[in-house]
Design a binder for this molecule. Structure first.
Ligand SMILES: [Fe+2]
Length: 205
């Protein structure tokens, strides 16, 4: 169905990735814009974490696009991350992705992916890497973000780029983490690998 809330979200995401400026980001932005007004979106079943997601999206200092994510929630296909099967049990329990653009997604593209990512407050998404180039933009909440040797607290509006193969891990803050992400380059999922991570908290007994 056509959905004005999805159109508003697509416009915001297009603006964010247009601002990144990389060629693949500009191409992603053009595809997101081109999908506005389309008949692409179906009502989705309750994802089970609406209340927590809305709390993250309305955290103080959120990027304006976070409210658009909350408004579009009835059509967001959470649980469609093709990497889900590769995640550790901890990461799978702590995170959710909704892929909007990609080879098998409503906005069809064979060599780019764009989606949303939510991470539960206080949870840890352990170190991993993949062949694809990746850019995250934080929309609400925040995390202590590890990208290669760089580790620091990140908040709304910050953009983090992971070149192909760079290990990354996120410790979500007390309000959780809501972000937009995109993949380009070699977007295969076979290469998605959870890595040994000495900084991972011990598993609960
Ligand atoms: Fe990644």
């Amino acid at each position: 169905m056509r959905n004005a809330d999805m159109d508003a979200l697509l416009a915001a995401l297009a603006g964010i990735f247009a601002g990144e400026g990389r060629e693949a980001a500009l191409r992603s932005a053009a595809l997101l814009r081109g999908a506005m007004g389309g008949d692409l979106w179906a009502a989705q079943p309750n994802c089970g974490f609406e209340a927590e997601l809305f709390a993250t999206a309305s955290a103080p200092g959120a990027h304006p696009a976070a409210a658009l994510v909350a408004a579009a929630q009835p059509c967001l296909p959470w649980g469609t991350n093709p990497a889900d099967g590769k995640l550790s049990a901890e990461a799978a329990a702590a995170t959710a992705s909704a892929t909007l653009l990609g080879p098998g997604d409503p906005i069809r593209c064979e060599d780019l992916l764009v989606g949303l990512f939510w991470q539960r407050p206080g949870s840890y998404y352990a170190l991993h890497n993949h062949d694809a180039d990746e850019t995250y933009v934080i929309l609400a909440g925040g995390a202590v973000w590890r990208a290669g040797a760089d580790k620091r607290r990140r908040g709304p509006g910050e953009m983090i780029h992971h070149p192909s193969g760079m290990p990354h891990a996120f410790q979500a803050g007390p309000q959780g983490l809501l972000a937009a992400w995109r993949w380009s380059g070699d977007v295969n999922f076979q290469s998605y690998t959870m890595l040994p991570d000495p900084e991972a908290p011990p598993e609960a007994p």
